[in-house]
Design a protein around this ligand. Structure first.
Ligand SMILES: NC(=O)c1ccc[n+]([C@@H]2O[C@H](COP(=O)([O-])OP(=O)(O)OC[C@H]3O[C@@H](n4cnc5c(N)ncnc54)[C@H](O)[C@@H]3O)[C@@H](O)[C@H]2O)c1
Length: 333
């Protein structure tokens, strides 16, 4: 049984807290940590766990095995380092951090202290994306002609720090990273990246279109915006066209992913066929699945589902995209 403390009590802190509580055999949520009690005590009361202003104060009173970092991105490194030095395994929300130097310091701190460290890339547990990856891995589309991924939403109304390039990195880091992580998990290191987009007045790239190419000829376009003007619905799309057909997933949620009804369709269009085939995928809670997989890796000393080498590569691709956006043209990786 792993005793878990969550640092940060906003949108993601609550999602993760509920996921740990849905795994009562394997984990016990013991603390919510946040220097500001107004932002955290109500959640701790609701969940029936302790509230502490700091990890140090929590550890003076209770045992903590795993720390889950759910604070704004610019605070990730400080808490990952503190948790590692305190001897706790660490799960950290995406984007893990904004630079490779910062990522390497986090990995070193965890290695030096003999604790596990994983980046929470939840889209890997999105039921349709699990199925898409299986089909791509099995070569069901044949030779790939083109992949297109889209993730467009309004700025999360609860967050005040997303426009600040130093605090969140904007849509380039915050949202684009889900699709880059997915493509890296399937195809590995891209050979080149070329991007164009819209930079907000505050300096962060909020709308980004990235073209990626891999050595074996696979090409993908990823379109991301975290600041869609108007009442735009949270929408996600995957389209893979290959010799054997086209695989298409399309989701349109409410204003935010957590709101409203979700319209989605997942369809296979076989090459040469008259009719498309609707695909059904069993739905499941992706946060619970992600956390269960990390907890299993920690508790049973197994390989973790999101390898650190892949998380570093994803950050390299995001940095190459930034270089391209800033006038670097086609960037080779
Ligand atoms: N996986 C996903 O799909 C997903 C979705 C949304 C956000 N995120 C990521 O999760 C992280 C948190 O985002 P969020 O939407 O929950 O943000 P949020 O603004 O809703 O919550 C941040 C929390 O951190 C707390 N906090 C601020 N300063 C702190 C400090 N110094 N010490 C401790 N706590 C502090 C705030 O009080 C708040 O409770 C970000 O890195 C974000 O990119 C991931």
């Amino acid at each position: 049984m792993l005793h878990v403390a969550i640092i940060g009590s906003g949108f993601m802190g609550k999602q993760h807290a509920l996921a740990y509580q849905a795994l009562p055999e394997a984990t016990k949520l013991v603390a919510i940590i946040n220097p500001n009690p107004k932002n955290a005590q109500p959640l701790a009361d609701e969940l029936g766990c302790g509230y502490f202003p700091t990890l140090k104060e929590a550890q003076q009173e209770i045992k903590i095995d795993l720390v889950d970092v759910c604070v704004p991105t610019y605070l990730h490194e400080q808490y990952v380092l503190e948790a590692a030095q305190a001897g706790c395994h660490v799960l950290c929300e995406k984007p893990v951090t904004l630079t490779l130097e910062s990522f390497d310091r986090m990995v070193k701190a965890c290695e030096d202290n003999g604790v596990r460290f994983m980046v929470a890339q939840v889209a890997r547990w999105w039921p349709e994306f699990i199925d898409i990856k299986k089909r791509l891995d099995a070569g069901e589309l044949g030779r790939i002609h083109m992949i297109y991924e889209k993730r467009l939403c309004q700025l999360p109304p609860w967050a005040t720090w997303h426009r600040d390039p130093q605090k969140s990195g904007g849509g380039l880091y915050d949202l684009n990273i889900h699709d880059i992580d997915f493509l890296v998990s399937v195809y590995g290191r891209p050979r080149s990246v070329y991007a164009t987009g819209h930079k907000a007045r505050e300096g962060a790239w909020m709308y980004v279109v990235t073209n990626l190419a891999w050595k074996d000829g696979v090409k993908a376009t990823v379109e991301t915006c975290i600041d869609m003007p108007g009442p735009w619905p949270f929408s996600i799309e995957f389209r893979g066209a290959g010799d054997k057909g086209t695989l298409h997933y399309n989701l349109q949620a409410g204003v935010n992913i957590k709101d409203g009804e979700q319209n989605s369709n997942y369809t296979w269009y076989p090459a040469g066929a008259e009719e498309p085939k609707a695909l059904g995928v069993e739905q499941s809670d992706m946060f619970k699945a992600e956390i269960a997989a990390f907890v299993d890796a920690v508790a049973n000393n197994k390989e973790q589902p999101v390898p650190l080498a892949e998380s570093r590569l994803v950050l390299e691709v995001v940095l190459a995209t930034l270089q391209s956006l800033e006038g670097g043209g086609v960037v080779t990786l």
